[in-house]
Design a protein around this ligand. Structure first.
Ligand SMILES: *C/C=C(C)/C=C/C=C(C)/C=C/C1=C(C)CCCC1(C)C
Length: 241
C-alpha cells in the first residue's frame, strides 16, 4: 500500500485526482447557488449539481482504484471501466433531463425525455459491451453506440429539442445552442477515448500507437462536459426572468 502516492509524471492518476477535485468544487458551487436561484430554475440547477456530485463520488473511487493497480510493469494502473460506465449511466440520462426541463415551458413532453434517455442507455450499454465484454467486436459495438449518439445529436440539432427551442425565449435558445455544441464537440471526445482503449487487434489498431491514454481522454471529456453543461444551465438561470 506504500505506493498509493501520485508520481509527478503520472498523468493518468493526476487527471483522476484533479477530476475528483473539480467535480467536488462544481457540486458545492451548484448546491450553494440553489438558494440564490429563482424557484423555476431550482430543479435545473439541482440536476447540474447532482451530475457533478455523482461524478465526484465515482472519481473519488476511480482515483483510488487506479492508484491501487499501479505496478512496476503497469505504471498507468488499470482503467476503472465498470465504475466509469456506472457513472455515465447515471449522469448522461440526467443531462437528458436538463434538455427536457429547459424546453418544458415551450411544451416538451415526457415522451421526448424517454427517447433521449433510451438512446443514451443504448449508447452506453453497447459501448460497455465493446470495451469490457465483447472486446473482439469492439468495432461493431462502437458503431452501434455511435448510431445512438448520432440520434441524440439529431434530436438536439434538428429534431424535437431544436423545434421546442425555436418556440422558446431567446435565452433558452442560446442555452440549447450551447448545449448542442457540448453534445456535438464535447461528447465526441469519448469515441476517441474508446478507439484508443479498444484499438488492440482492430482495423484502427494504429490508435494504440499514438501514445494516448483512454482514461486521460475520458477524464478531460467528463470535466468539460459535466461542468460545462452545468454552467450553461447556471448562466441561463441568471439571464432568464
Ligand atoms: C458525463 C459523461 C458523459 C457526457 C459521457 C458521454 C459518453 C459518450 C457520448 C460516449 C459515447 C461512445 C460512443 C459514441 C461510441 C463508443 C462508445 C462510447 C460509449 C465511448
Amino acid at each position: 500500500m506504500e505506493h498509493l502516492k501520485i508520481a509527478s509524471d503520472n498523468y493518468v492518476a493526476f487527471t483522476f485526482f484533479i477530476g475528483t477535485m473539480a467535480m467536488m468544487a462544481a457540486s458545492v458551487f451548484f448546491f450553494f447557488e440553489l438558494g440564490n436561484t429563482k424557484p423555476e430554475w431550482r430543479t435545473s440547477i439541482l440536476v447540474s449539481g447532482l451530475i457533478t456530485f455523482i461524478a465526484a463520488v465515482h472519481y473519488y473511487y476511480m482515483r483510488d482504484y487506479n492508484l491501487g493497480t499501479i505496478t512496476p510493469e503497469n505504471l498507468d494502473g488499470e482503467s476503472p471501466i465498470f465504475f466509469r460506465y456506472v457513472d455515465w449511466i447515471l449522469t448522461v440520462p440526467l443531462m437528458c433531463v436538463e434538455f427536457y426541463l429547459i424546453t418544458k415551458k415551450a411544451g416538451a413532453k415526457i415522451n421526448l425525455l424517454w427517447k433521449l434517455i433510451f438512446a443514451s442507455v443504448i449508447m452506453l450499454v453497447t459501448g460497455y459491451f465493446g470495451e469490457a465484454v465483447y472486446k473482439g467486436n469492439a468495432a461493431i459495438w462502437g458503431l452501434v453506440s455511435g448510431l445512438a449518439y448520432f440520434y441524440i445529436v439529431y434530436e438536439v440539432w434538428m429534431g424535437d429539442v431544436a423545434k421546442l427551442s425555436k418556440a422558446s425565449s431567446p435565452s433558452v435558445q442560446k442555452a440549447v445552442n450551447s448545449l448542442l455544441k457540448f453534445v456535438v464537440i464535447g461528447w465526441a471526445i469519448y469515441p476517441i477515448g474508446y478507439l484508443v482503449g479498444t484499438a488492440d487487434g482492430q482495423w484502427y489498431s494504429f490508435m494504440a500507437n499514438l501514445g494516448w491514454n483512454m482514461d486521460i481522454i475520458y477524464n478531460i471529456g467528463d470535466a468539460v462536459n459535466k461542468i460545462g453543461f452545468g454552467l450553461v444551465i447556471y448562466s441561463l438561470s441568471r439571464t432568464e426572468k
